[in-house]
Ligand binder design. Structure first.
Ligand code: BGC
Ligand code: NOJ
Length: 822
């Protein structure tokens, strides 16, 4: 049994099973994998959008509601006057049984009350722009029942910000049509939109509602909605105000009898399906040809079951590229399933839509999405390729980048600020990791162009490689008085705003301040540069371009010498220089003496490798920053606001960037320990932030135990150990790098698959199945001498291979690999 009173991992089924609806926070899952997405909590809360949570939101959700999670894919059951929801909310009637299974791309909620069981299984089929809820209602009692089931969703007018702010307009624009079992939400279709939302049932309905006022009431809440409590659909037609979709299903079930049907929520866009028919078939009557075909498709016997089966096949394939069997249950479970699954979510969502990101603020982040790719490249190469080129195209010709772009338009914007002088370097990491994984060098010649230039054709656009060179040159050019890279608005740490100097509470730290002419420098960017330059130099060398490789290596050497001469504080690397040239992250500072990011990046970039500083820096992290819940970002936490440091000093001690445990940057230290061959420490640190390892302290931890959260409160906070901002965090990708490449040591490389594990000394070994460049490597690692690191022999299908890089084998080959450590 699980130590968690709210649920448990069903590893076999690849599901997290929630057995109580009143979880410490809403526990979320995502539906969708391609372009149509939904958020779905364990009480069926959430919403749906196509491609872009801001510009194409299909259903409504009110963030930070009371209770937190209200509004979603609701089913109301009226069983002889007793009203309840299988997902418990919104009515919150006492259920005899409740179970939510969050699976890969689907969620199943099943509940029972008074001899009636309702199961609601939700997913977005691969390749489709729609979501399905398969509903089964079963009479488990011994008397006949005639329950009524009401579906309920509130439609969104597509542009989510306007939808939740501009009621003087939105209350007058809502339009719907009902045809048979299908509700068409067609607001603004008469003017500039060529799309509508379809909400249909595959079974005959006995009534419907499309007006929220009629279904819920004016003074009522969702928990006391009029229609389900009266047991009588109003057949209401929304005209303005708030259109909703509700179907009434009247059933008659003998004891033991059950019925299964489905609801379809589809985004129908005539430009996508290349529909050439008339937009209207009569005045005000929209052309429903495409919508009808969808309803027909999923009304056929077996169609919905097939959708779920396709989804399972899709995930079996995705996950088959990396599967491990190891002595550690947490690392095994997370690496095989949940970590990779979260990587898909961060790849798709970047930082746009979660329980903490409203889908209207931060779209696709430049640095975020580049890092997200590191955990995704092994799954679906084509999508990774497209993403890299999209991101690159939002770089400007001088090397700076738009910090984010909207997924729908792919156009960069500066709404959350600009001039973050680390952004461009992450593009090198994502590109090189993609090439190592896929072997597709051709991507370097792909046309991208710069966001501030106009091009007549693709052939005029600068290539991706040009962008990588621009990025290197940019950091080399934009340096400060110590020779370190300028920080600009901030580096990875958004809140280290050394040029902001804000004294005005009404402005955002992210956009205020002037970076022009500033001297503030970042040691973290210097470390990142060392890493990026080594990657690019290695790429050139692989391409046989030694002169270019040497040129980049020389830049790296310049930076390395600077780091070693100006950024070593005696026991660790400093963090930055402020705009007045004063050091940050030094024993000379009263607070913020030691920061995590510069230790991580100096070490990963190769600083301190020859002089013992790398190890010393990590030992200092251990001494000053490590806790059982992970590594805090810096110490001592800032107790007062410093305008010259910016937002980092605005947070209460122990949260977010002010000495919170920011899981993302923890992973760089994990990799650092792997580099140094300390497998016991790597796994101990890995466990410290691993969500699956938090079930025993779930009342404190509160967030989902199956995905990483952005941060956990640090030791300075009263709620030490409490996690926040789950799902959309760079931790997903970086932890997959840690566990798959650092600990298990399976490292894609230009010329083959390198194997260089770093494991706890006590492990006898482990096994990995890795698909790489079309071949399957069944790798067994043996550790007879109880070491942490060091490959002494490798055989592939019984033949000895020199070194520890497995050769690239013909596609389709299955090879047995034995690796011995010693
Ligand atoms: C927040 C930071 C956060 C960042 C994300 C800032 O506005 O305050 O804590 O990490 O945005 O970009
Ligand atoms: C969250 C942001 O999405 C990410 O880009 C940033 O690096 C971290 N916060 C740290 O500030």
């Amino acid at each position: 049994m699980s130590a968690n009173p709210y649920g448990f991992f069903d590893d076999q089924a690849r599901e997290y099973v929630i057995t109580r609806p009143d979880t410490p926070l809403p526990w979320l899952n995502y539906l969708g994998q391609d372009e149509f997405f939904g958020l779905c909590t364990n009480t069926a809360g959430g919403y749906t959008f196509w491609k872009d949570a801001k510009l194409r939101r299909l259903t409504r959700y009110r963030y930070n509601n009371v209770p937190y999670d209200l509004g979603g894919r609701y089913l109301y059951v009226n069983d002889g006057g007793t009203v309840w929801n299988p997902g418990w909310k919104p009515v919150k009637a006492k259920l005899d049984r409740y179970e939510c299974r969050h699976g890969l791309g689907y969620t199943t909620i099943a509940a029972g009350k008074d001899g009636l069981e309702v199961t609601q299984k939700m997913c977005v089929p691969p390749g489709e722009n729609l979501e399905l809820w398969q509903v089964t209602v079963k009479n488990t009692g011994n008397v006949a029942k005639s329950p009524k089931i009401y579906s309920y969703q509130e439609f969104c007018f597509f542009e989510a910000l306007n939808d939740m702010t501009n009621y003087q307009r939105t209350y007058s624009i809502g339009e719907v049509e009902v045809e048979g079992n299908a509700i068409y939400h067609k607001t603004e279709y008469r003017e500039r939109r060529n799309h509508y939302t379809l909400f249909a049932c595959t079974r005959d309905i006995s009534g419907y509602d499309t007006s929220r006022d009629a279904f819920v009431g004016i003074h009522e809440g969702l928990h006391e909605a009029k229609v389900p409590f009266s047991g009588k659909a109003g057949n209401s037609k929304a005209f303005g105000w708030n259109p909703v979709g509700s179907h009434e299903i009247s059933l008659h079930l003998e004891p033991g009898q059950e019925e299964t049907f489905a609801f379809i929520l589809a985004y129908v866009d005539h430009t996508l399906v290349k529909f050439t028919g008339e937009k209207f078939t009569a005045p005000y009557v929209i052309n429903k040809t495409v919508g009808r075909a969808i309803v027909e498709k999923y009304s056929k016997t077996g169609a919905v079951d097939k959708a779920f089966a396709d989804l399972k096949g899709y995930w079996d394939e995705n996950l088959s590229h990396f599967q491990v069997e190891s002595p550690d249950p947490h690392a095994t479970r997370m690496a095989n399933t949940w970590n990779q699954y979260q990587c898909m979510a961060t790849f798709n969502m970047s930082r746009s839509a979660s329980m903490y990101e409203t889908g209207i603020g931060r779209g696709m982040g430049f640095r975020d999405s580049n890092q997200d790719l590191l955990g995704f490249v092994h799954m679906i190469h084509d999508r990774a390729r497209e993403r890299i080129l999209d991101i690159a195209a939002t770089q400007l010709s001088d090397g700076t980048c738009y910090h984010q772009y909207q997924p729908l338009t792919k156009k960069g914007n500066a709404e959350v600020g600009g001039d973050f002088y680390d952004d461009h370097l992450w593009l090198i990491l994502s590109t090189v990791s993609y090439i190592k994984e896929s072997g597709d060098k051709g991507i370097l010649d792909a046309p991208c162009g710069y966001a501030d230039r106009k091009y007549g054709s693709d052939s005029e656009k600068e290539t991706l490689l040009h962008h990588l060179e621009t990025s290197i040159a940019y950091t080399m050019r934009m340096r400060g008085p110590n020779g370190l890279p300028l920080i600009g608005h901030a580096d990875w740490n958004d809140c280290l705003n050394l040029n902001c100097h804000s004294t005005e509470p009404n402005e955002s730290f992210q956009t205020a301040g002037d970076v022009g002419g500033s001297k503030a420098e970042s040691v973290m960017i210097a470390g990142l540069f060392l890493y990026a330059a080594r990657e690019l130099s290695g790429l050139y060398s692989f391409l046989g371009r030694e002169a270019d490789s040497d040129r980049i290596a020389a830049d790296r050497k310049t930076m390395l010498d600077i780091v070693e001469s100006v950024a070593w504080d005696g026991e660790w690397y400093t963090r930055a220089y402020d705009s007045q040239g004063k050091v940050i992250g030094s024993k000379a500072n009263p607070e913020g003496k030691i920061f995590i990011e510069s230790q991580g990046w100096a070490v990963l970039g190769g600083a301190g490798a020859d002089n013992g500083r790398a190890r010393q820096a990590l030992e200092s992290v251990h001494k000053h920053l490590y806790t059982k819940n992970g590594i805090v970002l810096q110490q001592p936490a800032y107790s007062t606001y410093h305008p010259e440091y910016g937002e980092v000093t605005s947070y209460p001690p122990g949260v977010k960037e002010n000495a919170g445990i920011f899981s993302h940057n923890n992973t760089w230290i994990h990799l650092g320990w792997c580099l140094l061959g300390e497998g016991d420490r790597a796994l101990e640190y890995y466990h410290s932030i691993c969500p699956s390892n938090k079930e025993e302290q779930i009342e404190t931890y509160r967030s989902e135990p199956y995905v990483y959260a952005q941060m956990t409160a640090g030791k300075d906070a009263p709620c030490f150990g409490e996690a926040k901002n789950s799902w959309l965090t760079g931790t997903a990708a970086w932890t997959f790098v840690v566990v798959s490449q650092g600990i298990f040591g399976i490292q894609p490389d230009f010329a083959g698959l390198k194997v260089d594990p770093c494991i706890p000394r006590g492990w006898p070994g482990f096994k990995v199945v890795r698909k790489f460049r079309g071949a399957t490597y069944q790798i067994e690692v043996r550790n007879p001498k109880k070491v942490s690191k060091g490959v002494v022999s490798v055989t592939v299908d019984g033949k000895v291979v020199a070194g520890n890089v497995l050769p690239i084998l013909p596609a389709g080959t299955v090879a047995k690999v034995v690796v011995e450590l010693g």
